[in-house]
Design a protein around this ligand. Structure first.
Ligand code: AKB
Length: 317
């Protein structure tokens, strides 16, 4: 099946891995990367790249007319911790950016769009253990509020205009190709880099701040699988719970210490601890498993092995 895929926000943590995988599947020139950053001359051989600010309507129209994408992955967003520092900007980027891209999809006849939600849609009165697909959702961060509003918007556009939107609620994502930026779960990536560099890490979350997490390969698998699933299998047009593995800083630290002699962790919780305390500890993803066959491949040990192996190999290149 020939597709022209446009990734919006391609240079972020998910976009970096996603563009790589989609180019393996669809070929380098059928996947157009775009991000607010100027083109990086060192990366030009990866495939087509366009500079795009999602708040710039005329540039969006220009790129949709030029490339005629059939599938969109709209990843551009401000994450939880940064959005708490800049609530208005966070709301504008997360909401207005989504409005513009959804409208462009309708105007230009795009077949399908993936839009990411997050565990941040849940809040302090949500059940925290095995959080169900449907339950109380009272997010307390501007990021979570924008994601919950976005989910409702996805379902509205599907029902009212027939826009074929697919979405999952990402947990904290852990990958080696790119660093996350501005999230509450970022410690779980940083800890690997510091473990390899200095054998020590200071966590900005408390030792027992348990959160749902996922290895990037699983997140990319979920993202592509739901986007490519037959439409009738995607019964929820808001967003699906997906789960990888849940852990807290002390548990991941001891998994790393088993593999790196002398690794130590200490704790200096900051403003992000409060955000973490308002989020689930673990997620029930039964509905995604039943509807479109979701199934993760990585548990904590497999993920720690893979992260240390990949980052060590990159460092020695
Ligand atoms: C964040 O921490 O803000 C993100 C998320 C869970 O959506 N990683």
């Amino acid at each position: 099946m020939s597709e022209t895929i446009l990734i919006i926000g391609s240079e972020g943590q998910v976009g970096t891995d996603l563009q790589y995988r989609l180019r393996e599947i669809y070929g380098k020139n059928n996947v157009i990367s775009s991000d607010i950053r100027p083109a990086d001359p060192a990366k030009l051989d990866r495939g087509p790249y366009e500079q795009l600010d999602v708040l710039d309507h005329s540039r969006i129209a220009e790129l949709f007319s030029k490339h005629k994408p059939t599938v969109i992955y709209h990843l551009a967003a401000m994450l939880s911790a940064t959005a708490e520092q800049h609530p208005k900007k966070g709301w504008e980027l997360n909401m207005d950016g989504t409005f513009s891209i959804f409208d462009a999809c309708l105007e230009h006849g795009v077949k399908r769009i993936f839009w990411p939600s997050s565990i941040a849609v849940f809040g302090p009165t949500t059940p925290r253990v095995n959080t169900p697909q449907h339950c109380v959702m009272d997010p307390g961060t501007i990021y979570g509020i924008s994601k919950l509003a976005g989910e409702r918007y996805c379902e509205y556009y599907f029902k009212r205009y027939g826009l074929d939107v697919r979405s999952v609620r990402y947990p904290g994502l852990i990958g080696w190709k790119a660093l996350p930026g501005g999230g509450t779960t970022d410690y779980a990536v940083d800890i690997f880099h510091q473990a390899l560099k200095t054998k020590a890490y200071t966590s900005f979350l408390k030792a027992d701040a348990m959160l749902p997490m996922m290895y990037m390969d699983d997140a990319i698998k979920a993202t592509i699988n739901i986007t490519e699933a037959p439409a009738e299998q995607v019964k929820l047009r808001s967003s699906y719970n997906i789960a990888g593995c849940s852990f807290d800083p002390q548990t991941i630290a001891s998994a790393i210490a088993k593999r790196i002699d002398g690794f130590t962790i200490d704790y200096a919780p900051d403003h992000r601890q409060k955000i973490a305390e308002s989020w689930p500890q673990s997620i029930d993803d039964t509905v995604a498993r039943e509807d479109w066959g979701w199934n993760p491949d990585f548990d904590l040990d497999k993920m720690v092995d893979e992260m240390l192996m990949r980052l060590s190999a990159t460092a020695s290149q």
